[in-house]
Every structure is written in C-alpha cells, then in structure tokens.
Write a protein that binds this ligand. Structure first.
Ligand SMILES: N[C@@H](CCC(=O)N[C@@H](CS)C(=O)NCC(=O)O)C(=O)O
Length: 205
C-alpha cells in the first residue's frame, strides 16, 4: 500500500503534481497532514512518520521514503509505464538522475541561501550561486522545451517548482521563464491547485 503524507501548498504539492502527471492517483492514498510553516503557524503531526515531521513523506508497505527527488525516483521506477522518466538503458537516464539529485543537493540549497541572504564563503565556494544554477538550466533548455529535450519528465516537475512557488526567485531569463510557464500551464497544475485550495478551505470552515 502506498500512502503520501501531504500538506496543501507546500513542497509535497510537487509530488501531488507528479501523481497527477503519472495518472496514478488511484494507486496512492493521500493523508492530509499538518506541518510547522515558515511563519510559525501549524504544528507537527504525530501521525506523520517523516523523521522530522516534514512533507512530503511517502510510505510503501511500511517503508518510509522522504526527499522529493527520492520520492520521484521511487514512483517513476515503480510505475515506469506512466512515462515520466527514461527507463534504465535509455541514454537520457543519466541526465534524469542528475537533475533529481542536483536539485536536492545544489539547486534548492543555493536558492535557500539566496532567500535567507546568507553569505557563508565556504558554503558558496562549494555550492556556487544562482548564476551557475541558471546557466545549467539555460544550457539544457536551449536544446529542448524540457530539461531532457523533447520529453517532459519528473525532472521538470521538480526543478521548476521553486520558481513557480516563490516567484521572486525567478531568473531574468526568457528561456527559464517560458519553461516555468509551460510547466505551470499543464492541466496537472490546475488540478492540484484546486485540490489544495479546497482542502485548505474545508479545514478553515
Ligand atoms: N528536502 C526536503 C524538504 C522538505 C521540507 O522542508 N518540507 C517543508 C514543507 S514546504 C516542511 O515539511 N516543513 C515543516 C518543518 O520544517 O517542520 C524535500 O525536498 O522533500
């Protein structure tokens, strides 16, 4: 059994997007959970098995999987027929894995450093900055509408989300802006936004 612990309008919305894109909503039970938000509102839900009380958290037959990149890799491997990832043996598989891991270990940490206006020279020397992030995205998008070229994949779902959810982080680059707009124009985005808004409204009532 697959269960996703999800808090509306949070990082777990990216997993909800992937589930919609893959057409596997009927295979996953979604548990709406509470989290501590950036403004201090909300609380840690003891029913959420994430070791830090965060979302997303996927549970598969008792095994806990956290981190969006890992959850995306897990789900796309479990349901390869959904077509959201190149399969092992496909020449694009390496690039796909690179985007998922690069996102969590470089792109998001750099964006958080930038948002927090934290200048720590040693950390910068290791992670680099937004210019390098944007160069890497730009080079990929110069070759195709999506990060892997012609095929939309879970890598697009993951990597575009910070720009969509926190627009001030959007670089002044038409290639990247148009890619984010293409990602956001997909039907899955509208559906997840509606579901999240309805869940929040029901909770507030
Ligand atoms: N690196 C994690 C980040 C997860 C994360 O920070 N989630 C936020 C939601 S936007 C959260 O649950 N925050 C609650 C808390 O910090 O206690 C991922 O990519 O899945």
């Amino acid at each position: 059994m697959l269960t996703l612990f999800h808090a509306p309008q949070s990082r777990s919305s990216a997993i909800m997007l992937l589930i919609e894109e893959m057409g596997i909503a009927d295979k996953i039970t979604v548990e709406i959970t509470d989290i501590v938000r950036q403004d201090g509102s909300g609380h840690r839900d003891p029913a959420n098995p994430h070791p830090e009380g965060k979302v997303p958290c996927l549970v598969h037959d008792g095994t806990v999987i956290t981190e969006r990149g890992a959850i995306m890799l897990y789900l796309t491997a479990l349901f390869p027929e959904a077509g959201l990832a190149p399969r092992p043996g496909d020449a694009k598989r390496g690039a796909y894995l690179t985007w998922l891991f690069w996102y969590g270990s470089v792109m998001e940490p750099v964006l958080i450093l930038d948002w927090a206006k934290a200048e720590v020279p040693g950390v910068r020397a290791s992670l680099r900055g937004t210019a390098e992030i944007n160069d890497r995205l730009h080079s990929a998008l110069a070759k195709g509408p999506w990060l892997l070229g012609e095929e939309f994949s879970a890598a697009d779902v993951l990597c575009h989300t910070p720009f969509a959810f926190y627009p001030p982080s959007m670089p002044d680059d038409p290639l990247i802006r148009d890619w984010v707009a293409r990602c956001q124009a997909r039907a899955s985005v509208g559906r997840v936004k509606e579901q999240d808004a309805a869940t929040l409204a029901a909770r507030a009532a």
